[in-house]
Design a protein around this ligand. Structure first.
Ligand SMILES: [Zn+2]
Length: 162
């Protein structure tokens, strides 16, 4: 089985690795990503939309699954090839450009990425500020998802109790 460079299974056939289309809450945007990490990537995208900047302004420049190499590479499969990466507001944050986010937003971007098990492309040696990818392995991802879902259920139970 092929893997993208973060170690997740990658395939030309989206069905083989459980790629599905997921709506981002609060937006009209849908992103294709791997089922096993969808709660992390979609949860991240929803908070990015609410707290950093709107995703659904402007064009359709938000992407998920795509079977391809890292741009400029011939042998490194992009995390998009495993459905474990997303690009948000690509037009505003093009590959290679540095400082496309206001500096005061950067700590929040890092904190959100960390919370959802992601790495931000803004920290790469070739800046890719639109890009967020899963940095945890399948076991850790499953644990994080359980914990996040438990947190949401507890919150719901609290609200029902009020
Ligand atoms: Zn990307």
């Amino acid at each position: 089985m092929l893997t993208s460079y973060n170690g997740w299974p990658a395939s030309k056939d989206p069905a083989e690795i459980g790629i599905k289309s997921y709506p981002i809450p609060g937006t009209m945007i849908k992103l294709r990503c791997a089922e096993a990490v969808a709660p992390l990537l979609i949860g991240f995208a929803a908070e990015f939309h609410a707290l950093i900047e709107p995703i659904d302004d402007g064009g359709l420049d938000d992407w998920g699954y795509c079977f391809r190499m890292v741009r400029g590479s011939t042998d490194r499969l992009s995390c998009h090839a495993s459905g474990t990466a997303i690009d948000l507001n690509a037009t505003k944050h093009p590959l290679g450009a540095v400082g496309t986010f206001a500096p005061e937003k950067v700590p929040m971007i890092r904190a959100l990425a960390n919370k959802w098990g992601c790495k931000w492309g803004g920290t790469f040696s070739r800046a890719d500020e639109m890009h967020f990818e899963i940095r945890v392995n399948p076991t850790k991802a499953a644990k994080m998802i359980l914990r996040l879902q438990k947190g949401q259920n507890d919150k719901r139970a609290e609200q029902v109790g009020k």
